[in-house]
Design a protein around this ligand. Structure first.
Ligand code: NDP
Length: 300
């Protein structure tokens, strides 16, 4: 059975039982008896043998591995999970505070020098979040609650309390222009590839810091390395990469101004996520619309 199964099977059974839904949970099935696929990125590419499939329910928030699959003709739902959102908020806030407070200077030591560099208050620090979806909004709200000057950017117009919300091409320029810290929480789609490239990185003030828990292709790596080398970008914390695991020879590993984390910003949490899957199965069985549907045309 798939690696996830031992964790999810008892949870799904329990929640479905509570909902009074009689479902036979199996692996090793014949595809033509399957109603719902609970999906994590895998070798499964061809959905044509799943002749009675009603929906694919992704355990992952990012669906770039399946959104453009033309053999899939039924609804695709992605994961919006309280545990995943909370984990991402904590990770983003932690890394923003690292930069904001200048914690590295003290971890690496001031070499015997009693130098009292007092950080500004959060209200004097501009943070921009690219992507105002389930994860971006939660991180933006948490940072705004700490007092940061938060700007968010999305494809369509959004309204998030305490956050300056921008969209469109001009919105991106404004969002980057004053950003001292930029957090990427966009999905990986054809439209978001290289959102940070030589041209857009140049819009940032000198010394800006970048935090990417979104997806590797959001950043043009060559342009980022050049901006780091010139000092235009002060530091980058990267959790996701075009190739994962990040190859040992990749310059990010050894760059003095890059922190690499191994795609651990946040994870789907089985206890909460299994409820989301079960609710969508309930909806499917009741003929109600599924939650968190992916717009296959947009790719997220
Ligand atoms: P959502 O789909 O809820 O939000 C995506 C946001 O990006 C929306 O605000 C959307 O705009 C915006 N967006 C999409 N395309 C564009 C575009 N072309 N231009 C501008 N804005 C755009 O996703 P989540 O918040 O749930 O997740 C975001 C991403 O985080 C995931 O796709 C995944 O890649 C990543 N992730 C990473 C994890 C990790 O551990 N590193 C864990 C989980 C997720 P609009 O509001 O207009 O739709």
């Amino acid at each position: 059975p798939p690696r996830l199964w031992p964790v999810y099977k008892p949870l799904l059974e329990n929640y479905l039982d509570e909902m009074g839904i009689d479902v036979d949970l199996k692996t090793g099935f014949s595809p033509d008896v399957v109603d719902y696929v609970v999906y994590a990125p895998s070798g499964l590419r061809d959905f044509t043998p799943f002749t009675r499939l009603k929906a694919v329910l992704s355990l992952w928030a990012g669906v770039e591995s399946i959104a453009d699959n033309t053999t899939l003709t039924v609804p695709l739902a992605r994961m919006v999970d309280h545990g995943l959102t909370q984990g991402m908020t904590e990770w983003v806030v932690g890394h923003v505070l690292r930069y904001h407070l200048g914690i590295d200077a003290h971890i690496h030591g001031l070499k015997g020098e009693w130098r009292q560099d007092v950080p500004p208050l959060a209200s004097e620090r501009a943070v921009t979040i690219l992507g105002l979806g389930a994860l971006g909004q939660a991180a933006a709200v948490a940072l705004a609650a700490l007092g940061f000057r938060v700007t968010g950017w999305s494809r369509s117009a959004r309204d998030v309390p305490g956050v300056t919300c921008l969209h469109g091409g001009d919105g991106l320029k404004t969002a980057l222009n004053s950003a001292e810290i930029v957090v990427l929480l966009l999905p990986s789609t054809p439209a978001t590839e290289n959102t940070l490239n030589a041209e857009t990185l140049a819009l940032l003030p000198r010394g800006a810091r970048i935090i990417n828990p979104g997806r590797g292709p959001l950043i043009d790596d060559t342009a980022l390395l050049a901006a780091l080398d010139s000092g235009h970008v002060g530091h980058a914390t990267l959790d996701v990469f075009r190739t994962e695991p990040l190859p040992a020879s990749h310059p990010y590993w050894t760059h003095p101004n890059v922190t690499v984390t191994p795609h651990i910003a946040s994870e789907t949490r089985p206890v909460t996520a299994a409820k989301v899957i079960c609710e969508n199965i309930r909806r499917g069985e009741a003929g109600e619309p599924f939650l968190h549907l992916v717009d296959r045309g947009l790719g997220y």
